[in-house]
Design a binder for this molecule. Structure first.
Ligand code: SF4
Ligand code: SF4
Length: 403
């Protein structure tokens, strides 16, 4: 589409909003700021004003768009079905096209690095080194960690340290008749190798043949939600080739949602739902777990996949378990892809009530189905001094299967 067609499309989509305001109470940024421009309705009006040429893409306008988490709580609440996520993605892409070339190039470069296997591994490794070398303590002591440029790095370091650091297993050997292919994701591969190993063990334990296609890459969601759809589409095409002839299975809900948006990968399965709905061999037994486990439901699981019960359905297979939804699950935890790095202050403000709820529950295990949320929640729990393990549901299944 040329720029005129894009503007017309944005204006027409925005025009579907009848300004009823029913989405406002569901919007986390509106709940924080209490400003119209930080609400879905306000953002739609800004996009419409820009698309119709009445407003410039001023830094202030762009800030209100960038503050959106794309959690899609508003889309779910909207009676006229305004496709808010698609509208925001397209608006970000359109406004970014007119950004200075150096900004586009630098954004593409750091997103590309984060989305690559080597880049994600390096980022996680540096984060851990920053902690283990004592540098993190030094910057905290001096208050330097609050400097805007260091704040995001400081949090990334805390986030990376908290999750299990198991060595990644070697890729599965291809076998004839394979049907499923495990989608690893860029950050999960570096930060949650334990969840990947557990997925492989559990699937094989249930008699499923699972491969790990070598040529897979990031799902592209980081690029799409940062205004670079070409980078996202390129990654989806590469994944479609890597998973040809297989049904992709993802353990991170945001990745599954992004992959499903690309027709050749439309049948991508959410690991929790797949395992929950299958008939299990009678020989597979799970050890009882007579304790409460808190369940966080990521926005991508709830609002993009439309399946907030998947983790509950899977974990209910564990005898004696007591599943407790994390209060306020309908509100975003503030992770939202790269949001936790780009908007550390707002991201932490959104996390605070989650951690307070977690502390009140007094559980020692919290499960969540999205990697970014796991990192973010684990960092919050650590900072609050809570002794809480943050796991993917499949890690708990694997643990009880092996007990
Ligand atoms: S996507 Fe989430 S943060 Fe963005 S406007 Fe909608 S409810 Fe608010
Ligand atoms: S609920 Fe839908 S129609 Fe109503 S203000 Fe929000 S986006 Fe617009």
């Amino acid at each position: 589409m040329n720029p005129v067609d894009i503007s017309r499309h944005l204006a027409q989509t925005a025009d579907r909003c009848v300004r009823c305001g029913l989405c406002l109470p569901h919007c986390p940024t509106y709940r924080e700021a209490r400003q119209e421009a930080e609400s879905p309705r306000g953002r739609i009006a800004l996009i419409q004003g820009w698309a119709e040429g009445e407003l410039d893409a001023s830094p202030r306008l762009l800030l209100h768009l960038d503050n959106c988490l794309e959690c899609l709580a508003c889309e779910r609440a909207c009676p006229t079905l305004v496709p808010f996520g698609d509208l925001m993605d397209k608006a970000r892409a359109a406004t970014w096209r007119s950004a200075p070339a150096w900004r586009r190039i630098s954004r593409a470069a750091w997103l590309g690095a984060l989305a690559s296997r080597a880049g994600a591994t390096l980022a996680v490794g540096l984060g851990r080194l920053y902690r283990s070398s004592g540098l993190a303590r030094l910057t905290t002591w001096g208050g330097i960690h609050r400097w805007p440029s260091l704040a995001a790095l400081h949090r990334l370091a805390i986030q990376c340290e908290r999750l299990p650091r198991l060595p990644a297993s070697p890729p599965a050997r291809p076998a004839p008749g394979d049907r499923f292919g495990l989608f690893l994701g860029c950050i999960a591969r570096a930060a949650q190798p334990g969840a990947i190993e557990a997925s492989l063990r559990v699937m094989r334990g249930l008699g499923l043949t699972i491969r790990v296609p070598a040529d897979q890459t990031c799902c592209g969601a980081l690029h799409r939600h940062n205004g670079l759809p070409e980078g996202a589409d390129q990654r989806l095409r590469r994944n479609a080739k890597a998973f040809a002839g297989l049904t992709a299975v993802g353990l991170a809900s945001a990745c599954v949602a992004e992959l499903r948006g690309h027709p050749p990968l439309g049948a991508t399965q959410d690991l929790c739902r797949l395992l929950a709905d299958r008939d299990w061999p009678a020989t597979v037994r799970l050890a009882p777990l007579p304790q409460a486990v808190a369940v966080h439901v990521p926005c991508s699981q709830r609002n993009r996949l439309g399946d907030e019960d998947a983790a509950f359905a899977l974990l209910r297979r564990i005898p004696g378990i007591s599943l407790v939804p994390l209060p306020d699950n309908a509100f975003c935890c503030g992770a939202a892809g790269t949001y936790l790095l780009q908007r550390p202050v707002l991201s932490r403000a959104l996390l605070a009530p989650k951690i307070a709820s977690l502390a009140a529950l007094r559980t020692s295990i919290l499960v969540t189905t999205n990697t970014g949320c796991a990192l973010h929640l684990a960092a919050g729990a650590r900072e609050a001094g809570l002794e809480v393990e943050v796991l993917h549901p499949v890690e708990l299944i694997d643990r009880q299967m092996r007990s």
